[in-house]
Every structure is written in structure tokens, then in C-alpha cells.
Ligand binder design. Structure first.
Ligand code: C2E
Ligand code: CA
Ligand code: CA
Length: 408
């Protein structure tokens, strides 16, 4: 096993040669290494390395050949770093940082070559001779550029007020009266038209832009709750006050000051915290459970309601649930959509509802499209349902009008 990670070299042994393809980088565990290259016919020593130093990394990152030769100067043990170990990490890095890394390396290589050439032919160094078609570099650049472009557009969208909220009603499974709504963001893009959150929420998360966007959503959802609740109150006698659900992403949870910012919006919009449901996914809870528990605990103290969204898709272990002050479980739509055709899905739905009962939590089933699903869910004692059966998400005026018509 060890042989895969370590290699021994005797004094004078070549580790790699200039011009070879490079599949590994090395760290010197003990011993010494000399890095040299030929400049014309002259061998030039570029560096002498000792214990703990890294070499051979350039070829690994940009896929070019070795620019120098490495030789052991004494009995030397090297720790080997394989290409896939590095590629896996680079793939996970921020695309812009990846581009920076590659650009810096490319510049370094070009500069070194130009200096060499200048030394050899002081009069006629020509950089074009060294321009190579490097496909992986172009891909990294294109990817980073298209993300940068969307990021720039997202920033402008905030300034130009291009976001819009749609609302989807949540009804009681027992009698189909309206209990509340979920606020779902849309982007009214000047060229592309209405853009789904599935296309920009991840990027908004990665860039941190979800923080201002999320507060915008919360404020507008709180303002919409008043109008929405009025339409419910007009439609049903003695209807309890409606709730408004708002999604919170992982990036928002770790933002310092989030509970205070939410509290400030609730106060400014004169919203009773108990009418706000904040939805987080299982992955938000599990990504950084300590922070999530603290932040959700603080939110809970103001009296807001907390829901786990997309329940059943993240972690099979249920033991984490009681660590968070969760009031509501939202069964993921994939289980609900499949429950009529697939008995396993049906059992999962029933199981989640009874689990919620045991834990004293309420249940919302998402993705309810058919009357048969609603009938079964009501039989299982599910509290609320949400889905196309009653309404797709739509602008506030449309939803309020649909509530008044009772979706007929
Ligand atoms: P989600 O929170 O799970 O929202 C439910 C999604 O399911 C919505 O998609 C809704 O349109 C869709 N849906 C509702 N009923 C049905 C149904 O009966 N059948 C089917 N097939 N689909 C149904 P939407 O609006 O495209 O939102 C997608 C996701 O984007 C949301 O999933 C949520 O994760 C995220 N998102 C939306 N708005 C926000 C926001 O303001 N902040 C954050 N952080 N995320 C948001
Ligand atoms: Ca949600
Ligand atoms: Ca969901």
C-alpha cells in the first residue's frame, strides 16, 4: 500500500525528465532534489530542494510537459501526489479561482520560455511560436466567464428590481380550506423572460448574493401576507390567520446577523412572527449542524415556525431531527408524485406522516397534483397539502383571486 504513496531514490537517480508528460507531483519526505534544465547545451540548476518541499506540481495542474528535470541528490524518499487527487480538488474549487490558478501558471510558463528564448536569441524572441492550443484552459476560461456574466447580471437584477415573487397556496388536507402560501422567487430577465429559481439560486448561493436576495424575498413575502390573508378572510368564515412560507438557504444561515435582520423585517412590516414559516432543507441542517442549531434556536425564540423542506431526500438518518427546533415536515414531492403508482413511495409517505405525529410535528405534502393523492393523504391524517391540484405558483393578485373563487 505504502509503495503507492512513497518512492525511494538513490543519489543521482532521475525522478523525471524535461519534456516528459507529468502524472504526479512530489513532496520530499527526506533527502534532497535538484531541479535543472538545459539552456542550449548548458545545464542550469534552477533549484535545490529539501525536506517538506513540493515539486512537479505545474504539469499536474495545466497538463503540460515537465519544464525541467528532477534528480535525487542523496538517498531520498518522496511522497507521491497523483493527478486524480489534484483534479478532484480543482474540480471542486470556485471556477474563478480555478481560472486564476491556470492563468497565473500560463503566464509563468510563457514568461519563463520568453526569457529563455531571449537569452538564446537576444534579437528575435517571438512569443507566437509558443502559443499552444490548450483545450482544458479554454474550457476553464469559458466556464468562469459564463458564471461571471450571470453573476454580474444577478447583481444588476438586484439593483434593477428584476425579481418577482410568485405564491402557491397551502390548503388543509381535511377540508381544502386555505391555510397559507409559499413565496417562490422568479427572475424577470430583460432578454430571457421569466427565469426559474432552479437556474439561479445555486449561483446566488455560491456568490453570497442570496443574502440580499433572501432579505428582499422575506420583506416582500411579509408585505404580501396581509393581502393574501385578506382574501382568505373574505372567503372562509372564521378562518385562522394565514401563514407565509419563505425558503432559507444554507448560505443565509451562516451569515452573521441573520436572525437580527429577519427580526428587523418582521418589525418593519408589522408581521406577527408566528405567521412566518421558514423552510430549510435537510442539507442545510446537516452542512453545519452546530451553526444551524444556534441560528434556528434564535429564530425560534422570536416565535417563527420552522419547517424541513424536501424531507426524505437528504439523509436517511432520522436521529438528527430532534436536535433542531423543527415544527413542520414537508414531504418531498418525489414521494407524493409517485405514491399512487409505487407502493414503496406510498409507505414512505405514510411512514413520514406517522413519524411527524410521534414527534409532535405537523406535515405538509408537496407536489399534490391529483385528487386521489389528496384523498389518501387526508386518510393518512396529513395536515396540509401543496401542489398543482389547487394552483401552480402565480403572482399575488392571481392567487388572491383564485382563493376567492376557491380555485374553481
Ligand atoms: P421548493 O422550496 O421545494 O418549492 C417547491 C417547488 O415545487 C416550486 O418550484 C413549485 O413550483 C414546485 N411545485 C409545487 N407544486 C408542484 C406540483 O404539484 N407538481 C410539481 N411537479 N411541482 C410542484 P419552483 O418555484 O421552481 O422553485 C424551485 C426551488 O427553488 C424551490 O423548491 C426552492 O428550493 C428554490 N427557491 C424558490 N424561491 C426561493 C427563495 O426565495 N429563496 C431560496 N433560497 N430558494 C428558493
Ligand atoms: Ca420550499
Ligand atoms: Ca420542497
Amino acid at each position: 500500500m505504502d509503495a503507492l504513496f512513497r518512492k525511494e531514490f538513490h543519489p543521482g537517480a532521475v525522478i523525471f525528465r524535461e519534456g516528459e508528460a507529468g502524472e504526479t507531483a512530489f513532496v520530499i519526505e527526506s533527502g534532497g532534489v535538484e531541479i535543472s534544465a538545459f539552456r542550449g547545451d548548458t545545464k542550469v540548476v534552477i533549484a535545490t530542494l529539501g525536506e517538506g518541499e513540493l515539486f512537479g506540481e505545474m504539469a499536474l495542474i495545466d497538463g503540460q510537459v515537465r519544464s525541467a528535470t528532477a534528480r535525487a541528490t542523496t538517498n531520498t524518499t518522496l511522497i507521491i501526489i497523483a493527478r486524480d487527487q489534484v483534479e478532484r480538488r480543482i474540480d471542486g474549487v470556485d471556477p474563478l479561482l480555478n481560472l486564476f490558478l491556470k492563468v497565473i501558471l500560463k503566464r509563468l510558463r510563457t514568461t519563463t520560455r520568453l526569457l529563455d528564448l531571449h537569452r538564446e536569441h537576444p534579437d528575435g524572441a517571438d512569443s507566437t511560436r509558443f502559443r499552444r492550443v490548450d483545450q482544458s484552459f479554454d474550457e476553464v476560461r469559458d466556464h468562469a466567464m459564463s458564471l461571471l456574466k450571470v453573476e454580474q447580471e444577478l447583481r444588476q437584477a438586484i439593483e434593477r428590481d428584476e425579481f418577482e415573487l410568485f405564491f402557491q397556496p397551502v390548503t388543509r388536507a381535511s377540508d381544502s380550506t386555505v391555510a397559507g402560501a409559499e413565496a417562490l422567487i422568479r427572475w424577470q430577465h430583460p432578454q430571457r423572460g421569466l427565469v426559474s429559481p432552479l437556474e439561479f439560486i445555486d449561483l446566488a448561493e455560491d456568490t453570497g448574493l442570496i443574502v440580499p436576495i433572501g432579505l428582499w424575498v422575506l420583506e416582500n413575502a411579509c408585505n404580501a401576507l396581509r393581502t393574501f390573508n385578506d382574501s382568505v378572510a373574505e372567503t372562509y368564515d372564521n378562518a385562522p390567520h394565514s401563514f407565509m412560507s419563505v425558503n432559507l438557504s444554507a448560505r443565509q444561515i451562516i451569515e452573521p446577523g441573520l436572525p437580527e435582520a429577519i427580526y428587523e423585517i418582521l418589525t418593519r412590516t408589522e408581521t406577527n412572527p408566528k405567521h412566518l414559516k421558514l423552510e430549510v432543507t435537510e442539507s442545510v441542517l446537516m452542512g453545519d449542524p452546530e451553526t444551524a442549531a444556534i441560528v434556528l434556536g434564535e429564530l425560534k425564540e422570536f416565535g417563527v415556525t420552522l419547517a424541513v423542506d424536501d424531507f426524505g431526500t437528504g439523509y436517511s438518518s432520522l436521529s438528527y431531527l430532534h436536535r433542531f427546533p423543527i415544527d413542520v415536515i414537508k414531504i418531498d414531492q418525489s414521494f407524493v408524485l409517485g405514491m399512487l403508482e409505487d407502493s414503496a413511495n406510498l409507505k414512505i409517505v405514510r411512514g413520514i406522516i406517522s413519524l411527524a405525529r410521534e414527534l409532535g410535528m405537523q406535515v405538509i405534502a408537496e407536489g399534490v397534483e391529483r385528487q386521489e393523492q389528496l384523498t389518501l393523504l387526508a386518510d393518512f391524517d396529513c395536515d396540509y397539502i401543496q401542489g398543482y391540484l389547487f394552483s401552480k405558483p402565480a403572482p399575488l393578485e392571481e392567487i388572491s383571486a383564485a382563493v376567492r373563487r376557491k380555485f374553481g
